[in-house]
Ligand binder design. Structure first.
Ligand code: IPM
Ligand code: MG
Length: 400
């Protein structure tokens, strides 16, 4: 039976979504250019502790951040402060992914370091509000989700450029329950959206002397949107003739990441939002799991750095929060330090993280009293940061 009323209602809803997306296109096209951190004094860094294990690991990440930027803090070149209110309790009380006053506060900072925040889903005790990561990416137009994965011992040195504001996420909370039989969600790819993420991936390759950029889609089946993404990729690739451009489909790419010989050939990957979400979790597993991976959410005006895992409320309930691994958030802090203009310091922090987490492993985190606490692990890390033999030791480990 054809339900005309339901169709008309769906059409109207769809029309409104398109209006909002066309306005978003105007905003992308008229957005100011990249912020220049070297011209800011101070660079304002906000800490968003989050909820669940968030506040525990955020405290350790902040300690490391302050240690690494000690000189700059003293000279007032950077400023670090905590932004309150981005907790599931407060978000639920306001029935908002990000309460307005918290968002206004976040916008006063150039960059933020964010702990995990609970994302409710249908059936949870919390109201089904939108993920606050996703909301923040949209509100601050953080269009690039940059996720490096390195396992030097296995020749893995990947960096993923996951588009961060479009695809199935753009209209994630705005699908249509057409009638009791049909539910629809929307997948959206725009040319300005695809071009800017592809350009960033090629720029990264050029600056870092990487020789290949790989695009991942399912354009053989999802022809219109993934087709547009792929077309934009090859268009931008022409501006970078010295860099090889190729493309894979997401299914075979997922398989190839476990192919020990082939996977070494991948360098820079660029892909739509949902494929990027899934593929980067798989990739992080080779490095030791999502707990070891940091993630940068980058836009032209703002940037947010976070762990790629969730808030593990079960650990808090069972009284194990102090055993949560702060490494992912400390990796995110290293990416933040690099992004605001201190690549040498970031490199140093990454070397210490590699030594403590992948090589020496004098303290191991298990998430339980059988392992080290996050605080003890961070002390161990800071000991290595103080060790003049850090770089030499790291080189030795990597060469194996
Ligand atoms: C991530 C996370 C988020 C995402 C969730 C928490 C909404 O999985 O950052 O990868 O899907 O983007
Ligand atoms: Mg994810």
């Amino acid at each position: 039976m054809i339900n005309r009323t339901a169709i008309e209602k769906a059409k109207e809803h769809f029309g409104k979504l398109l209006e909002a997306q066309m306005e978003r296109m105007d905003r992308i096209k008229s957005a100011p250019d990249w912020i220049d951190y070297s011209k800011l004094s101070p660079i304002k860094i906000g800490i968003l502790p989050g909820d669940g294990i968030g506040p525990y690991i955020a405290a350790e990440a902040e300690r490391v951040l302050r240690y690494m930027l000690d000189e700059e803090l003293k000279k007032a070149k950077v400023y670090i402060n905590t932004i309150e209110g981005l907790t599931i309790e407060n978000r639920a009380a306001h029935l908002k992914a990000i309460p307005d006053d918290v968002l206004a506060e976040i916008k006063k900072y150039h960059v933020t370091l964010k702990g995990p925040t609970t994302t409710p889903r249908k059936g949870d005790p919390w109201p089904n509000i939108e993920s606050c990561n996703v909301a923040m990416r949209k509100e601050l137009d953080l269009f690039a989700n940059v996720r490096p994965v390195r396992v030097p011992k296995q020749g893995i040195d990947w960096i993923f450029f996951r588009e961060n504001t479009e695809d199935l996420y753009a209209l994630g909370p705005h699908g249509i329950e057409v009638d009791e039989d049909i539910a629809i969600d929307f997948k959206l790819i725009s040319t300005p959206g695809a071009e800017r993420i592809c350009r960033l991936a090629f720029e990264h390759a050029r600056k870092n002397k990487r020789t290949k950029v790989t695009c991942v889609t399912k354009a053989n089946v999802v022809k219109t949107t993934d087709g547009r993404f792929l077309e934009s990729f090859y268009k931008i690739a022409k501006e970078y003739p010295e860099i090889q451009a190729d493309d894979w489909y997401i299914d075979i790419m997922t398989a190839k990441l476990v192919d020990e010989k082939r996977r070494r050939e991948f360098q820079v990957m660029v892909l739509p939002n949902l494929y990027g979400d899934i593929l980067t979790d798989e990739a992080a597993e080779f490095q030791g799991g999502v707990g070891t991976a940091g993630s940068a959410n980058i836009g032209k005006q703002y940037a947010m750095f976070e762990a790629i895992h969730g808030s593990a409320p079960r650990m808090v309930k069972e009284g194990r929060a102090q055993y949560a691994d702060p490494a992912s958030m400390i990796r995110a802090a290293a990416m933040l330090i690099n992004h605001i203009g201190y690549p040498e310091k970031a490199k140093k922090l990454e070397m210490a993280l590699d030594i403590c987490g992948q090589y020496e492993k004098k303290l191991v985190i298990t998430g339980r009293p059988t392992g080290a606490t996050g605080k003890a692990f961070t002390d161990y890390l800071i000991d290595w940061l103080n060790n003049p033999g850090l770089e030499e030791t790291w080189q030795g480990y990597v060469k194996g």
